[in-house]
Design a protein around this ligand. Structure first.
Ligand code: ADP
Length: 477
């Protein structure tokens, strides 16, 4: 039923009641209902207790007066309080009437009030003699009664008789009924108020959220520099949401700009060898060529294809190490990588290796080899011919430090950060016509980060560059 009402109201595009508002309203109703039922049970229990206590107090007072009207001598019981039981409360049946019955120890009726003649007898039981006053609820005919029992003792503390005094519980029952009826009649109105108030509160509390959502919806790839402007304290939930979304947009903007810049650069870098390839092909196909000419062209095509393969290979390795999950996390020895995989590549160069023994790293053996190879390659490329390049690996308390130092033309301070960007090549590198694609250091940094290391570049003295990498050291017993 509630579902139908909600779906009727939800016909337009933006629902009047969203799922969240509906959930809050239903929760409110459920909580209210539970509170209502438990408070009613509590009220009824308390009222019951108060009314019963009042009745019991009345019965106790009256029975004490009656007990005082009996004289017990030896085995005989004498009643001297006739004036008491001749009062209207004992002779007529009104709402405040008392019904008295006195039984002897053999369960024989000794005395009863006059009003019982027209009311009829009230069931009697032998009460618990260990309790001075025993109470119980009784039904006699259509009447609900509250009853008190008390034993009467002789001078030897032996029971001689039992008194039973009863009153109507009618007033009590009608108060209870009134309470229940009042609550039942009020329930629909209270429920209605709860629904209206819940909807109002839910809509009011979600209004700022909707405002933020509307602004966020309008931010697209075309206006990624737009930000949510909503006045709220940064510690406030809405302020935090605004800042979190704005930070996310900033990160997205940076990433999207990087991707588009990368696409530009990659296309540009691949375009150069492809254009050279195309031009060469067009030239050679213009007419018949000699075998030597064909051979020259094919050699040139082979060279350009190698360039493209090299660019794509580097990009693939960067992509692989950027998604950290794909790399191996094995333990390997630094000196083993240098001796087995690095030294054979640079046999014709002037390189000094100062590698401490027993240095271990955790990560990719192949990745680490690419890092060292690229750094040495650069050190050779950007230094005068036959310059001495130094490769060091040493241990500190917590880290393994690897340094590649060259006496080349160095890197100025403004470029020390930029050189790690994809396709970045410094002006001196391009002017000096030094071969490269600007991918080597990006590759190096990506692998170092994937192996939980850090990389920095410093000036070498008196000239040149020093690349310093640190990895968390691995203890091998
Ligand atoms: P590439 O060497 O292909 O240009 P890299 O990413 O390896 O690309 O290097 C980026 C830039 O950093 C280079 O163009 C160069 O200007 C600078 N660079 C790298 N290593 C050195 C070095 N050892 N000395 C001086 N400049 C360097």
């Amino acid at each position: 039923m509630a579902k139908d009402i909600f779906s009727l109201l939800n016909k337009n595009k933006k629902p009047l009641f969203t799922g969240t508002v509906k959930r809050i309203v239903l929760w409110d109703i459920a909580i209210f209902f539970l509170l209502f039922v438990s408070s009613n049970i509590f009220t009824i229990a308390i009222t019951n207790k108060i009314l019963t206590d009042n009745l019991d107090e009345r019965l106790k007072n009256e029975i004490e007066t009656l007990v005082a009207s009996f004289r017990i001598q030896q085995d005989t019981i004498k009643f001297v309080g006739y004036s008491e039981i001749k009062e209207p409360d004992f002779t007529t049946i009104n709402s405040g009437a008392f019904f008295l019955q006195v039984y002897d120890k053999n369960n024989k009726l000794l005395l009863c009030s006059d009003n019982l003649k027209s009311f009829g007898t009230i069931p009697f039981k032998i009460p618990n003699i260990r309790i001075r006053y025993e109470f119980e609820n009784l039904t006699a005919g259509n009447h609900q009664l509250r009853v008190i029992y008390t034993p009467m003792l002789n001078q030897h503390n032996k029971i001689e008789a039992y008194l039973q005094l009863s009153v109507f519980r009618t007033e009590y029952s009608s108060i209870m009924k009134k309470i229940i009826l009042f609550n039942m009649l009020n329930l629909p109105f209270i429920l209605l108020i709860i629904v209206v108030v819940s909807i109002f509160l839910a809509k009011k509390s979600y209004a700022p959220l909707n405002k933020i959502i509307n602004i966020a919806e309008n931010i697209s790839a075309n206006n990624l520099n737009a930000r949510i402007k909503y006045d709220a304290h940064p510690q406030d939930e809405l302020g935090r949401l605004r800042d979190t979304l704005n930070n996310l947009f900033t990160r997205l903007e940076v990433q999207i700009n990087q991707i588009s810049q990368f696409t530009d650069n990659a296309s540009h870098q691949l375009m150069t060898p492809l254009t050279a390839l195309k031009t060469e092909l067009e030239y050679i196909l213009k007419r018949e060529r000699t075998p030597d000419e064909y051979k020259d062209t094919l050699t040139m095509l082979n060279m350009q294809t190698d360039k493209m393969i090299s660019i794509i290979k580097s990009l693939l390795i960067i992509a692989k190490y950027s998604s950290n999950s794909e790399i191996n996390k094995n333990v390997f020895k630094v000196s083993q990588v240098v001796n087995e995989s690095i030294k054979p590549i640079f046999t014709n160069h002037n390189i000094g290796y100062e590698i401490a023994d027993d240095l271990y790293l955790r990560g990719s053996y192949e990745g680490f080899q690419i890092v060292i190879e690229n750094l040495i390659d650069n050190a050779i490329k950007y230094s005068p011919r036959n310059s001495r390049v130094i490769v060091k690996a040493e241990n500190t308390d917590e880290n393994i430090i690897i340094k590649v130092e060259d006496p080349g033309f160095g890197i100025n301070d403004e470029e020390k950060e930029k050189i790690f960007e994809r396709f970045y090549r410094s002006v001196p590198a391009m002017k000096g016509n030094i071969q490269g694609y600007g991918l080597g250091l990006c590759l190096v940094k990506t692998i170092v980060l994937a192996m939980e290391g850090k990389i920095k570049v410093e000036d070498n003295y008196p000239t040149g560059t020093k690349f310093i990498i640190s990895f968390p050291s691995v203890k091998v017993l």
